[in-house]
Design a binder for this molecule. Structure first.
Ligand code: PLP
Length: 249
């Protein structure tokens, strides 16, 4: 049987903890195959983000064009974009895939306290939000995206589902909540692990994408993705001198 294909548009983290490598590992671990177009290179290890460099809009478009001429993805996962000029290219790419679920993890800052966007990036986002099936921000990212507007404003801009990740909130329990425009559809409460992780958000969003590619309904896909991510974090390893990496296989 051919594994379901997930088109991933994301940045490269050379440490392998986060970014496109996290997406590939997750998608393959859960029975899919990742097609990848890189949006940005980063300089980072398990301790910090030191710099990043976007690919050109032309190179992103050419990577995707070549893939889409040959393959039919069953889901799209978008991670770090960084540069406003790449947003219209990504919108063009996903518009070529009508009815294919689009998971967008709005990577604005890495867990390692470094910004992963250029100034003006958020202003370019509305056309992409219009094409987003599932948006997966953490609470600080959600606050940046909402700009004091209510949660409903994101649905008014076109997203269909919102998975709000509670890991940055204080407390012994982490609450992750899935919403549609009518309210909360699913909630996972999980004990906070006594460690810092690199790549947990990428793992979760990629797991959502492969489960959607497998045809799972949204609440089931999200519940299964949260369960997979929790298991990866419970068996995380420390390959360097900084954050732990989820064990995805
Ligand atoms: N994508 C890239 C390329 C990154 O470098 C990072 C973090 O540094 C992320 C995504 C987000 O990582 P996390 O899953 O830890 O939020």
């Amino acid at each position: 049987m051919i594994p379901p294909l997930v088109l991933v548009l994301a940045g490269h983290d050379p440490s392998g903890g986060a970014g496109i490598q996290a997406d590939i590992e997750t998608i393959h671990s859960l029975g899919g195959h990742a097609l990848t177009a890189i949006t940005a290179l980063t300089l980072q290890d398990s301790r910090g983000v030191y710099a990043f460099q976007s690919v050109s809009a032309d190179w992103l478009r050419r990577q995707a064009d070549i893939l889409l001429a040959d393959f039919q993805p069953a889901a799209v996962k978008i991670g770090m974009i960084a540069e406003a000029s790449l947003v219209p290219v990504i919108v063009d790419i996903v518009r070529q895939l009508p009815d294919v679920p689009v998971v967008y993890d709005p990577v604005l800052a890495g867990n390692l306290h470094g910004s992963l966007i250029h100034p003006g990036f958020c202003e370019a986002l509305p056309p992409l939000l219009q094409c987003t099936t599932l948006l997966t921000p953490n609470v600080p990212e959600l606050q940046i995206l909402l700009k004091d507007q209510p949660l409903t404003s994101l649905f008014a801009q076109g997203i269909r589902y919102l998975l709000c990740k509670g890991g940055h909130q204080p407390g012994a329990l982490i609450v992750n909540e899935l919403f549609d425009r009518n309210g909360c559809l699913y909630q996972q409460t999980t004990p906070r692990l006594a460690a810092e992780f690199h790549g947990s958000g990428c793992t979760l969003a990629a797991a959502c994408a492969i489960h959607l590619a497998q045809g799972q309904p949204m609440p089931v896909a999200v519940a299964n993705a949260l369960q997979f991510t929790t298991a990866c974090l419970n068996s995380a390893f420390t390959p360097g001198h900084g954050q732990k990496f989820p064990r995805r296989s």
